[in-house]
Design a protein around this ligand. Structure first.
Ligand SMILES: Cc1cc2nc3c(=O)[nH]c(=O)nc-3n(C[C@H](O)[C@H](O)[C@H](O)COP(=O)(O)OP(=O)(O)OC[C@H]3O[C@@H](n4cnc5c(N)ncnc54)[C@H](O)[C@@H]3O)c2cc1C
Length: 568
């Protein structure tokens, strides 16, 4: 389908629905949608959704067929799917206000039903059956797009920190993209020639097959994709939430659904640590488990449904009292204000200390094991370091994709830090080998990992292990450097709350308020901490969600108390 209006050539009639991502709506469901939209005919080659542009309509194919095309009208044009009657167009980006990652164009002449997206969001929010069907399909399509390597392309060297930054931002925000390594991919040379740029101008982002961004910042890339930009009202939000992991997103759902004006700011990507989990099996209500990515997307949709604002990327760098509220400053110099603040900045992964490991980070050493990382190492043996649940999940997920997966554990008993359900699966898995009392002492290979030198920490015996990728899950440190000096932290850097915080507060702080420091409250009245960032927290998704909800209850109490006592 080289040009607009031409009939499609050599394409199968309709893509089979393998993963439940392309359900067909019933006539009754289409009738219900039709009450909120309009029908109109389309011709072959007529564009309904254009790659790189926001789409305000939800389209249902009534008859004829529509082709989903990547890089439409460029030499790289590729047909991804074809949809016939009863199918709808769009993926999760449509529901979240992101731009299209492909073009939807008429294939056989027909008719569509067009429903404005904001009406669809309202329908999805209140119609459980239709809502879940559309949401599940849109989530599945995002994963399939990622699996197809569709979306924008990042062309850059594996050695370039900026290339790694862009790749991590794209992967953590679950954005469909493909990385083309300047060092090894033949395609790289041809693209440099086509766009008449030199290797020194990389990394570049190639968008819609023809638009170039030269080493864009994460914020610039986010704006291109349509991720919500940090635009903060002059007037303070009732609640300003820092961090959008499970704790922050849960707090946002409760706060916004209870009528508080709510702003969430996030430094990297919505979903936090949990979003890097390939499958969370121990979260109540998900008997067959849920991927961290799906949990994050569903939560973001819920937060937006209640009208809370989410801004990514917005890294908080300072917190200061200002008049009767708080001001938070960001790495880009912007500021947001809140009558109350919920700190939900969680923890960030701990790096493995092995000589020379930095040069392999992002190319063959990873701190997450999601679809994006797994794509890089399908045919080779891999090693996972760590003895906790995150390492257990990662080795199980990877072992289904690679010929061999080693689990390297420093201790002598898997049961000391890992849940039984994971140990049972690991012990039964034919492609997993567990090495206890084992530590990594060397990484061998350049530019990619070729093998590891491991040492038995009882005998000191060293040996080489054939592995092309290394996944590290050796715990996490609190993300609180920016809070040092603003409020009290424990000896490990976690935020003190409740009685411990009260004991560490300047005399008179609480007495003047005629109340005590509340259980999740920090040494700053009206500033709360929830989830992994809090001293003494349990470091689980469910407890982070619980604390997020609880913090909102305490926000109401604080604002209520403030209203009656006139103190901040
Ligand atoms: C791979 C993996 C698998 C896991 N599996 C499970 C499991 O199966 N079951 C389970 O119960 N738990 C699991 N956990 C633990 C669980 O993910 C965490 O306990 C949970 O995510 C904590 O939520 P949180 O919201 O407190 O913090 P986080 O998830 O860490 O989120 C904090 C967010 O704050 C952002 N942030 C940090 N600093 C700033 C700043 N200065 N400005 C703005 N934003 C900032 C971060 O980017 C992040 O998005 C797993 C963790 C990992 C890493």
């Amino acid at each position: 389908m080289a040009a607009e209006g031409g009939p499609a050539e050599n394409v199968p009639f309709e893509t089979p629905d393998l993963y439940g991502a392309y359900p067909r709506l019933t006539d009754e469901q289409i009738d219900r949608l039709a009450a909120h939209g309009d029908r109109f005919p389309f011709e072959p080659g007529q564009v309904l959704i254009r790659e790189g542009e926001p789409c305000e309509q939800f389209f249902v194919v009534l008859n004829g067929s529509v082709a989903i095309v990547e890089h439409y009208g460029t030499p790289d044009e590729r047909i991804l799917q074809v949809h016939g009657p009863g199918r709808f167009l769009g993926e999760i980006g449509l529901l979240q206000g992101q731009v299209g990652f492909y073009t939807a164009v008429g294939h056989d002449p027909g008719e569509v039903l067009a429903v404005p997206v904001d009406r669809l969001r309202a329908l999805v929010a209140r119609d459980a059956v239709l809502g879940d069907l559309v949401l599940r399909a849109c989530l599945g399509r995002r994963a399939l797009l990622a699996g197809l390597g569709a979306g924008f392309r990042i062309l850059g060297s594996r050695y370039s920190a900026d290339t790694r930054r862009l790749r991590e931002f794209a992967a953590r925000n679950r954005l469909p993209h493909r990385w083309i390594d300047l060092e090894t991919d033949e395609e790289a040379e041809a693209l440099l020639r086509r766009f008449s740029i030199g290797p020194e101008d990389t990394p570049i982002v190639i968008w819609q097959g023809h638009q170039l961004l030269r080493n864009p910042s994460n914020a610039e890339l986010a704006r291109l994709i349509g991720l919500p930009a940090p635009s903060f009202d002059e007037s303070p939000s009732d609640v300003l939430i820092i961090g959008s992991g499970p704790a922050g997103l849960a707090a946002a759902v409760y706060a916004a659904s209870e009528g508080l004006s709510t702003t969430v700011v996030e430094a990297i990507a919505t979903g936090g640590q949990a979003s890097t989990s390939s499958r969370i099996d121990n979260l109540l209500g998900f008997p067959s488990g849920i991927s961290g990515a799906e949990l994050a997307e569903r939560a973001v949709f819920q937060v937006q449904k209640f009208g809370a604002l989410i801004s990514v990327p917005a890294e908080a760098t300072a917190l200061k009292p200002r008049d009767d509220h708080y001001a938070v400053t960001f790495a880009d110099g912007g500021t947001a204000t809140g009558r109350t603040v919920i700190l939900a900045t969680g923890a960030r992964y701990r790096r493995l200390v092995v000589p020379g490991i930095e040069r392999l980070e992002g190319t063959s050493v990873y701190y997450a094991a999601t679809l994006y990382e797994a794509q890089q190492c399908r045919t080779d043996p891999v090693a996972v370091v760590g003895g906790g649940n995150s390492a257990g999940q990662a080795v199980l997920f990877l072992a289904d994709q690679v010929p061999r997966a080693y689990l390297l554990v420093r201790g002598g008993d898997l049961g000391s830090h890992m849940s039984r359900y994971l140990i049972d699966q690991i012990e039964r898995h034919p492609r997993i080998e567990v090495l206890l009392h084992t530590e990594v002492s060397e990484v061998i290979g350049d530019p990619v990992l070729e093998s590891l030198v491991i040492v038995d920490n009882r005998t000191g015996e060293r040996r080489e292990l054939d592995a092309r990728a290394l996944f590290v899950f050796t715990g996490a440190d609190p993300s609180t450097d920016w809070l040092t000096g603003s409020l009290a932290l424990d000896e490990h850097g976690f935020v003190l709350t409740g009685a411990e915080a009260q004991a560490d507060t300047a005399p008179g702080t609480w007495e003047s308020r005629d109340r005590n420091c509340m259980i999740l409250e920090t040494t700053l009245p009206g500033v709360f901490a929830a989830g992994d960032v809090r001293s003494g927290s349990v470091k689980r998704v469910a407890s982070a969600v619980g604390e997020g909800a609880m913090a909102v209850h305490l926000v109401h109490e604080h604002l209520g108390h403030k209203a009656t006592s006139g103190t901040r």
